[in-house]
Design a protein around this ligand. Structure first.
Ligand SMILES: NC(=O)c1ccc[n+]([C@@H]2O[C@H](COP(=O)([O-])OP(=O)(O)OC[C@H]3O[C@@H](n4cnc5c(N)ncnc54)[C@H](OP(=O)(O)O)[C@@H]3O)[C@@H](O)[C@H]2O)c1
Length: 220
């Protein structure tokens, strides 16, 4: 499965690039914004393409089987950039995937993402992510929305708690999120599902097969 990782130079995207490269059946391609970032991916053995979501990346979709959206404008930018990248550029990419027949789309969202979020701390972000998620659910794409809790840089534990609606918040090492993305891509029963994820006590693979069933592997 040829997977375009959008936001590959980010913390989650970099971990995911390495994991997909090592996992059998996947052929990751890193979408990065700056050619200087290419060295890192060359060292990993992962091919990279230079492009900016805001300018559109439709020309890179040819031959892809799946897209993982793990980009984000980041907390250092203003609300306008959050709307531009996390919401509008994400939606533009979904439209391009539909047009180009790239049907598998894994979105990295967040617990609490909601077009009507009333969060006091990160309302604008959660609303932008919520609008993008709602649009994705309205498409014909084979989507999975993964909604992690607050991401931390600690080493992954390999154990998570997942549910379509956890009902509470928590933390999640980015490395564990990267493993969850791989599990979702592997399990076709994750299609049309929104899965919330925090750190927990169940092995990642077991948590996914308990929630989703074993599921058919994707056709390579
Ligand atoms: N932080 C949290 O607690 C949290 C919680 C839940 C969900 N999330 C979501 O998890 C995902 C991954 O998070 P992370 O920590 O890995 O984020 P990150 O390290 O900030 O990475 C985001 C990546 O997006 C790229 N990007 C930004 N604008 C772009 C554009 N216009 N075109 C192409 N690429 C662009 C950045 O490129 P450059 O490297 O060139 O800057 C960066 O590599 C994000 O979608 C985030 O919203 C985060």
């Amino acid at each position: 499965m040829k997977v375009l990782i959008v936001g590959a130079n980010g913390k989650v995207g970099t971990l995911l690039s390495g994991k997909l490269w090592q996992a059998s059946g996947f052929s990751p391609v890193a979408l990065i914004r700056d050619s200087k970032q290419q060295t890192k991916f060359t060292a990993l053995g992962v091919p990279s393409l230079v492009g900016d979501l805001e300018n559109g990346i439709v020309s890179f979709l040819l031959g892809m089987d799946a897209v993982v959206f793990t980009a984000g404008s980041g907390s250092h930018t203003g609300e306008d950039k959050t709307t531009d990248v996390d919401q509008n550029a994400a939606i533009r990419l979904m439209k391009d995937c539909e047009k180009e027949g790239v049907s598998r789309f894994v979105m990295i969202s967040a617990i609490g993402s909601d077009p009507n979020s009333e969060s006091k701390r990160i309302r604008h972000y959660l609303r932008a992510k919520g609008v993008a998620d709602a649009y994705l659910r309205s498409t014909n794409l084979d989507y999975t929305i993964l909604a992690p809790g607050s991401l931390i840089d600690e080493r992954g534990t390999g154990r998570v708690q997942i549910s379509e609606n956890l009902g509470f918040h928590g933390y999640l090492p980015r490395e564990d999120l990267a493993d969850c993305i791989v599990e979702s891509l592997r399990n076709l029963n994750s299609i049309s599902k929104t899965i919330q994820i925090i750190s927990g006590g169940q092995k990642t693979k077991d948590a996914f097969s308990e929630l989703l069933g074993v599921g058919l592997p994707p056709i390579a």
